[in-house]
Write a protein that binds this ligand. Structure first.
Ligand code: UT7
Length: 333
């Protein structure tokens, strides 16, 4: 018998405040036309001051737990993915655990940015396959709006990102019906650290944070957008092909491709390179922007709830982001 991890519940939560491109026009030097043409984004959600990633992860987790039809006390491990933790340390996994009131179980944080969900899925998958844990809560959440640079220097990034959270419950599936997480594939090229990063606060600096750093915006994210774009649109199709080949599948077997929602032009290019019909590609960046680790599970939850994803469907996930890291996964739903 081949034990696999199966996703038994999904959920997502975005903060209620919607920020349109026109709202951004009022606070920075940009236009709705530029943002839509270059990224496909129309609006995104922003968290209020005082709300952190752990709060979004918690709300999403409640929805996933309900969808899975389990009691939160049955969860025996938490994996949390974020690049925007509430605090420099500890991570958000322990905070989600405390909010849920399920003290004692382990909680692990994964810091793999836009690839965070798939990296976290690979971790949870191994624990389930080996029988270590039986009900894992995997949550991913980002609050990015509190640390964006709305000046001209940072506007390329600022218009892209949004806040949001999502979660899934993973359980063992022992039936020989081919369902579950078939495989995960992880990659990185650390030579590109500086192509998309938030350099500070940094443990290299003493003191870690200073007034001077604050004054020159040294704590804001920076990106070489063109290089990220080029690599994302090449690495994601490559990762999908590796995952398909690993499972003896072809592009024609895919029922739903969920690429990380980085830029709709990237998603379209990924679909074109794979020669998969665009209708089989999940695209919701117009409403959420890039929610980093949360983007794939938000799209997954939407596909589940609107009935697009059906039992036995072949779902392929792929992501690319800061690091550079990239990844893919195949799930028989
Ligand atoms: O999850 C991974 C995370 N990141 C990504 O996936 C992002 C990948 N990169 C991209 O999506 C694109 O590179 C961007 C959307 C960020 C930028 O699109 P682009 O077509 O590469 O534009 P660009 O950087 O070449 O900039 C073109 C112009 C520049 O002005 P000049 O030099 O031509 O006068 C920019 O200063 O657009 C300007 N610009 C803006 N204008 C209005 C840059 N950001 C903005 C803005 N509004 N927000």
């Amino acid at each position: 018998m081949n034990r696999r991890a199966i996703i038994t519940g999904t959920g997502h939560y975005v903060p209620p405040k919607v920020i349109t491109n026109f709202d951004l026009e009022k606070i920075m030097n940009t236009t709705d036309e530029w943002i839509q043409q270059r990224s496909g984004i129309i609006e995104r959600h922003y968290a209020e001051n005082g709300v952190g990633s752990s709060d979004l992860a918690y709300e999403a987790s409640l929805r996933a737990i309900e969808a899975a039809g389990i009691d939160k006390s049955e969860i025996d491990f938490i994996v949390a993915a974020t690049l925007s933790p509430d605090h420099y340390f500890p991570g958000i996994g322990v905070m989600v655990q405390a909010k849920l009131g399920i003290e004692g179980i382990g909680a692990l944080d994964v810091r793999n940015q836009c690839s965070g969900f798939i990296y976290a899925l690979s971790v949870a998958d191994q624990y389930i396959r080996t029988g270590t844990f039986k009900k894992i809560l995997l949550c991913a959440a980002e609050v990015q709006s509190h640390s964006l640079d709305y000046s001209d220097e940072g506007r390329d990034i600022a218009v892209l990102f949004g806040d949001g959270g999502a979660a899934v419950i993973l359980e063992p599936h022992d039936a020989d019906d081919g369902r579950g997480v078939l495989s995960t594939h992880l990659f990185c090229d650390g030579r590109h650290v500086q192509d998309l990063w938030m350099e500070n606060p940094s443990s290299r600096r003493s003191p870690t944070f200073s007034v001077d750093l604050f004054e020159r915006g040294g704590f804001l994210p920076r990106m070489d957008g063109k290089n990220v774009f080029k690599n994302a649109s090449e690495r994601m199709p490559e990762a999908v092909m590796i995952a398909l080949q690993h499972n003896g599948l072809t592009v024609a077997d895919i029922d739903l491709l969920i690429p990380h929602q980085a830029n709709d032009r990237i998603s379209q290019m990924v679909a074109r390179r794979l020669q998969i019909p665009i209708e089989k590609t999940a695209r919701n960046i117009d409403r959420f922007g890039n929610t980093t680790a949360a983007s794939i599970p938000i799209a997954l939850d939407e596909a589940v709830r609107d009935g697009r994803l059906k039992r036995d469907d072949c779902v392929v996930l792929t992501a690319f982001g800061s690091g550079f890291t990239w990844a893919s996964a195949v799930i028989r739903w």
